[in-house]
Design a protein around this ligand. Structure first.
Ligand code: UDX
Length: 448
């Protein structure tokens, strides 16, 4: 099928590339002409595992193309995926101006009936507004149908998640839209694709459920899922604080909790808390949406509060361990909001860095992928590709991201170049016994 993707950020690029890899003809457009030029020149503007490989193969087979002309993109596709940003406004609600802008463009440029699919995360009832905007701005009565198809992709494993989803949710108003979306996802549902992640040896994972719902339900499913996961992390973090006070071990507690299948083991990792461009903004948007219809989502406000306090807890731990922070040389290991991405949006590490610089520390940071992005924001900090260089002369190593590289770091080697053998671990990456056996002072979360 001919498909258009509007917005070439994380969601749009992964969606476009994977749909092309699954056999569709895809055209991608973005308001940022420079980004389109980059893509045309074969450069991938974001780091996401396997994405570069797919973009090359889809480009070679002619399945994917790019244009800075939104009209051209809109006219090409039978279905149009809207993947533009919905950033938070100062009051926490989602800024939907980009969606509104795209709706106007689609209405003006389309010359044939289109299925318009919201892929960006939007508050419930955006679909209704989108439908209204499309008919209000349309001149020829082009017969637009609207659908919501939320993405559940995790950054870092987005390509794998796209090809092996646990569910595909489509919110529609009629059967025709559901059928069209089922057709688009048929290769995924029937596992009829060459998997770029597993090279033909896909693990035997359960097939995806294709769920047809109303548009409002689909929109709500996305916000409700992400907010629940955020809630789960904050719950683990609150338990972790309690463990510290009562002399228990959070890893033991959450491991045992997770063995109950009703709870599950994932998303119970205590530490610096959640960041990124999804959880912090989605939880705010969900609270704000609830408020507009008179529902006080107290439980989510608490989850947000607990998450913000993680940074304070981490700085308290650093302060307590170092006594005086001013003038100390500190090595931050990890800037990305989580491992396997270069994304630093709402990354806890950046808050930590900002606060330490304000206190007068000399900050040396390392990250396997996010250095270029972080450098632009912190001209007063020092950046090193090599983590051992960041650790040279450091009074403490501050672990902020759960990168595998840091799990495997040779601390014996690091200890020889550090000024003081102190690790403050914001992600509980190490066994306290093993790290202390190497002569380190070790501070982590919920395990004192
Ligand atoms: C999330 C959702 O998982 C995904 O389904 C949705 O589509 C987009 O939002 P993502 O933002 O890529 O994906 O990150 P995720 O892997 O979910 O992690 C979010 C944050 O929580 C990270 O900062 C991570 O370090 C933190 N986290 C995660 C914890 O602090 N503890 C945990 O136990 C798990």
């Amino acid at each position: 099928m001919r498909l258009s993707v509007i917005g070439c950020g994380y969601v749009g690029l992964v969606t476009g590339a994977c749909l092309a890899e699954a056999g569709h003809e895809v055209i991608c457009t973005d308001i940022d002409a420079e980004r389109i030029a980059q893509l045309k020149a074969g450069q991938v503007p974001i780091y996401e595992r396997h994405l570069d490989k797919i973009l090359v193969s889809a480009g070679k087979s002619g399945k994917i193309s790019y244009t800075a002309d939104a009209g051209e993109a809109i006219r090409f596709g039978e279905a149009i995926f809207i993947c533009v940003g919905t950033p938070p406004r100062p009051d926490g609600s989602a800024d939907l101006s980009a969606i509104d802008h795209v709706a106007q463009q689609i209405a003006a440029e389309a010359r044939s009936p289109k299925l318009v699919v919201e892929k960006s995360t939007v508050p419930a009832r955006t679909g209704l507004e989108l439908q209204r905007a499309l008919s209000a701005y349309s001149r020829g009565g082009n017969g637009f149908r609207v659908a919501s198809n939320p993405e559940f992709l995790r950054e870092g494993t987005a390509v794998e998640d796209f090809f092996h989803p646990d569910r595909i949710v489509v919110g529609v108003e009629d059967q025709a839209a559901a059928d069209q979306l089922r057709e688009i996802y048929r290769p995924i549902l029937e596992r009829n694709f060459t998997c770029p992640v597993h090279a033909g040896e896909c693990p035997d994972i359960q097939k995806a459920e294709f769920l047809v719902t109303t548009i409002s339900s689909a929109e709500l499913i996305k916000h409700a899922s992400n907010s629940f996961l955020a809630l789960k992390i904050s719950y683990a973090n609150a338990v972790s604080d309690l463990c510290e006070k009562l002399g228990a071990n959070v890893e033991e507690v959450t491991h045992a909790m997770g063995l109950d299948p009703r709870i599950g083991t994932q998303f119970l990792r205590a530490g610096l808390g959640f960041g990124g461009f999804c959880f912090p903004k989605d939880i705010q948007a969900f609270i704000s949406l609830a408020a507009t219809v008179g529902v006080d989502f107290e439980i989510l406000k608490a989850a947000e509060r607990v998450n913000k306090q993680r940074i304070d807890r981490f700085l308290e731990k650093i302060g307590k361990a170092l006594w005086v922070v001013k003038g100390k040389r500190l090595a931050i290991l990890g800037l990305a909001f989580k491992a396997n991405t270069d994304d630093i949006r709402f990354a806890p590490a950046l808050d930590v860095m900002r606060r330490l610089l304000e206190e007068g520390a000399e900050v040396h940071a390392s990250d396997p992928e996010a250095l270029a992005k972080a450098k632009k924001q912190f001209p007063q900090a020092h950046f090193h590709e090599d983590p051992y260089k960041a650790l040279e002369g450091a009074h403490a190593a501050l672990v902020c991201t759960e990168w595998d590289e840091y799990k495997k770091l040779d601390w014996e080697k690091a200890g020889k170049v550090m000024a003081r053998k102190l690790i403050v671990d914001g992600r509980n990456l190490y066994s306290p016994a093993k790290i202390k056996a190497l002569g380190f002072e070790y501070v982590s979360f919920g395990r004192e």
